[in-house]
Write a protein of this length. Sequence first.
Length: 164
Amino acid sequence: MADGVDPKANGTKGYAIILGAKVNGEIPSLSLQYRLDAALDYAQQYPHVYLILSGGQGAGEHISEAEAMKRFLIENGIQEERLFLEDMSTSTYENLLYSIEKIPDSIEEITIITSDYHLARAKNIAESLGLQTDVVAAKTPKIVELKLRTRERLALIKTVIVGK
């Protein structure tokens, strides 16, 4: 999982996919907030990069994860014209698969923005879909770090075996 945090994004890729996480009603969970904080910093640093906000609506969520991300980014000064919503996905594989549909066919390289523990699997899936990646690593909330890292190790093994 430690290999997931490289190569670090430097604004050379025109599109970045922000992977969703739980929304509590209409409020981003701490995991999603950390991803949004990292995405906002990146978007401000590289104003030419378009952002694909990826995440559907699950149980207990009054809006999609993509919509929660859109609201936060717009409230913090990111122009709506830079944002593309992918609001149907329910897994990391679907996040990436459906997000690819939002970018031009000629694009083969993207930036992935997600939690640090999640990057290795996300990169593996993106590669299986024909994309080269660099990354922006968001920190993991300490309160759920052990649980998430344990679950992610199992998910990474599944991804390597099954491919998604």
